[in-house]
Design a protein around this ligand. Structure first.
Ligand code: RTP
Ligand code: MG
Length: 158
């Protein structure tokens, strides 16, 4: 699946407010570059509560939801579309486990080990499946015309 129709997989990466304000962008982008990803789209966004709640709607019933929305709206984020073969799983493996504190012990080379603080403030996001990736990329970016995705978008096989 590739929303841009050029045969590579795409994933949505976000440098969260703590990553952006903590000046980790260059380090993270260096990892992105030497891991073989192409950044095909990027922009800085200030999410409002409604936007953050919509983006993380799958977690709306969790006890950490309110904290998550506060965190994700606490400052600007950098959203990027990363493309390569197996982009989704490769980016998830590079960012490491959700809990940045545990990541420092179990996955010391992961991005969250480097810039994450705890289970909430973990500095980066990555789509967790092709379905999530498509939803999350369209949440932030228009799909360019000329993409080979055709027909009824809601029911395309990925
Ligand atoms: P993400 O979606 O941001 O890439 O992170 P993830 O898949 O590793 O973790 P997920 O379970 O989807 O949780 C989404 C984000 O919610 C915050 N969180 N807080 N306080 C808590 O227990 C807790 N658990 C999760 C984190 O910011 C997590 O990335
Ligand atoms: Mg997730």
């Amino acid at each position: 699946f590739c929303v841009w129709g050029i045969g590579r997989e795409a994933t949505l990466a976000i440098i969260k407010p703590d990553g952006l304000l903590g000046n980790y962008t260059e380090t993270i982008k260096a990892t992105i570059a030497h891991s073989g990803f192409k950044i095909s789209r990027e922009k800085v966004v200030q999410l409002d509560e409604e936007g953050a709640a919509s983006f993380y709607a799958e977690h709306s019933t969790k006890k950490f939801f309110h904290g998550l929305i506060k965190y994700m709206t606490s400052g600007p984020v950098l959203v990027m579309v990363l493309e390569k073969e197996n982009a989704i799983s490769h980016w998830r493996s590079l960012i490491g486990p959700t809990d940045g504190r545990k990541a420092k012990i179990t996955h010391p080379d992961s991005i969250r080990a480097i810039c994450g603080t705890d289970v909430e403030k973990n500095c980066v996001h990555g789509s967790d499946s092709p379905q999530s990736s498509e939803r999350e990329i369209s949440f932030f970016f228009d799909i360019p015309s000329g993409s080979q995705r055709g027909g009824d978008d809601e029911h395309d096989e990925l």
